[in-house]
Ligand binder design. Sequence first.
Ligand SMILES: [Zn+2]
Length: 288
Amino acid sequence: MLIGCSTSKKVTVAKKVDVPVGLSAKEVLTEVEEIAKVEVQNAVDTTVFQAFRELTPEEKIVEQKRMGIYKGADWAAALHYDLRKPNFVIIHHTAQNSVAQTVRTFQVPHSKVSAHYVIGRDGQVIQMLNDYERAWHAGKSKWGNIDDLNSVSLGIELDNNGKEPFPDAQINSLLILLDTLKAKYLIPQLNFIGHADIAPMRKDDPSVLFPWKRLAERGFGIWYNEDYLMMPPANFNPIDALKIMGYDMRNQEGAIRAFKRKYIVKEVNGVLTAQDQAVLYDLYRKYY
Ligand SMILES: [Zn+2]
């Protein structure tokens, strides 16, 4: 709201704006405190400041909000707004051995990774960041035209070493969580995807054992008609179809591998057989 004004002149203007209806005295105080903090920050050379030590997460948010103010504009706070909602869910497996190990990884300063949720093999759901915060789970990735997936997604980590099946208790908890997230944020069915979909050259999670079909039956992601597959017409271009689905086709073999890990399950390689193309065509026809 008023936070992050980058010059003392703008802070003065902001302070004159009436406090919006519904803000408690405590919230007003918090805002004032934050404005004061920004003023102090503006008084020092922040580049020198950062050179000596890393910013804490709280300082980083204040700094980000400061950067979100365009210096060429005058400030007049609008009243009607809220936080941006997540629009994708990215599913991962941890490739670790326990929830405790993953939680620790997301809490140590040097790891530089995080996710919103961790789900244990026993179905325990642990939330580690508010849904509205930007977790660091996607890394360098691309899906369609989006190349900053962290900014638009929630990350869910399933405790799994990458070689074992996902227990029912874990998948049941995941499905309940996904139901809630889909309804709360109106996340489209097509936007429930895996880490390997968005980073096929670097990642292979969730593994080939992840039950994408079961998820699709509940409206999270997509699946094909296993009982009847049509052979695609002669003019069907599988590379274009994968691209339209969202895959980054700059490395075709990697994208095909990710597609096959998810939908074909056996023979995960970079070659599309006639059968694979029929699966792709069925998905393409039904959903795109
Ligand atoms: Zn991952």
